[in-house]
Design a protein around this ligand. Structure first.
Ligand SMILES: [Zn+2]
Length: 357
């Protein structure tokens, strides 16, 4: 009974006796008290990351239907990827590498950044569920990518295939996929501008042919077609499309339509059949589009040039607004697209989805 009043009294005295003056505050600010604020924010960052990682792990396991999946947030990440690892006990696990949330800068607001992040998990979970093992190592030996063009091309085809399957399985992801595609599109090269700067002067518009057949022209042509094909296959729309000559547009459209058709035939096939067909299709795309002189920058196993759209990117002033406008442009022009039937040549429109923000 006596304890409480005494304690109150002591408390009151202490409070009266030690008001914190300006000098004391100054001293506190420069003393060891300050690092505790810093460590608190590190703790908050870690807590945020562990929440995001645990949601990511739940999503990855749920969407892939596999339990042997781990999430590795990487502060130096280049985007999203998945690899297979063997643990010391012999167990095989899928290791999904994601950017570290706090360090992951994109020219987007936080909500949109989270949508891109979540779609990254969805995409990698799709690889875990669907991608045959041999696809990861196509054009590679050991941990080294030996044939970047082959490795890249098969991964581009596979990215389209797994995302198509992903939205069939999870229709609610259609709008997320579309939003992520819209963002990725803002990060891609303007194919029309590339054409005007590096190829137009080597092209005869009247006879619709290239003036010379030299390696540097073939390399540029390969670069342009590779990017146009990637954009057409993965985001359904090519930046600067209207700047390209009609023969180039037709070539890309025809090839992409052929690939789309072949990919739909692979539903429910065995991994071995899927791999063989993807390998054969990749080599056919390289041949038909004459890509062989172009070497894409792909160094990691399982990486495609598409993944580069999701690299961390610190926005310059005004870039977030530009990105927002780019996403709006993508949606404005893309909700219904004009396509040409590769069989009969007829034009028709295809509705791709409904925008949801
Ligand atoms: Zn992928």
């Amino acid at each position: 009974m006596a304890y409480r009043p005494a304690a109150n009294k002591a408390y009151g005295q202490t409070r009266r006796k030690a008001p914190v003056g300006a000098a004391k505050l100054q001293q506190l600010a420069s003393s060891s008290v300050q690092p505790s604020y810093a460590s608190r924010s590190v703790m908050t960052a870690n807590a945020v990351q562990s929440n995001i990682s645990s949601l990511a792990l739940f999503l990855a396991k749920y969407l892939s239907g596999k339990n042997n999946v781990v999430i590795s947030p990487d502060p130096n990440s280049n985007g999203y990827s998945v690899g297979k690892r063997k643990l010391v006990n012999g167990q095989i696990i899928y290791d999904i590498h994601v950017p570290h949330w706090i360090n992951y800068k994109l020219p987007l607001d936080d909500k949109s950044k989270y949508r891109v992040y979540r779609s990254g998990i969805w995409h990698e979970a799709g690889h875990v569920a669907e991608t045959p093992d041999q696809v990861f190592t196509f054009g590679a030996r050991g941990d080294e990518v030996k044939e970047p063009l082959a490795h890249d091309t098969i991964n581009i085809l596979e990215d389209r295939r797994i995302e198509d399957i992903g939205v069939e399985k999870w229709p609610g992801y259609a709008s997320e996929r579309l939003f992520t595609n819209a963002y990725a599109w803002t990060r891609r090269m303007d194919v029309g501008a590339f054409w005007n700067a590096y190829l137009k002067m080597h092209y005869d518009d009247v006879n619709r042919m290239y003036l010379k057949d030299e390696e540097y022209i073939r390399e540029r042509k390969g670069h342009m077609r590779h990017e146009a094909f990637l954009q057409r296959l993965l985001v359904m729309k090519i930046k600067g499309w209207d700047q390209l000559p009609i023969d180039e547009r037709d070539l890309i459209e025809h090839e992409a339509t052929m690939v789309e058709h072949e990919l739909t035939k692979l539903r429910k096939q065995s991994p071995e059949t899927i791999y063989r067909k993807l390998a054969q299709l990749s080599m056919q795309v390289i041949k038909d589009l004459e890509l062989k002189d172009y070497v894409p920058e792909v160094t990691h196993i399982g990486e495609s040039t598409w993944d580069q759209s999701f690299k961390p990117h610190t926005p310059t002033p005004g870039e977030s607004q530009e990105t927002r406008t780019g996403i709006d442009d993508y949606f404005d022009q893309l909700m219904t697209v004009e396509v040409v039937c590769s069989g009969c040549g007829k034009h028709y429109t295809r509705k791709l989805g409904v925008r949801e923000d």
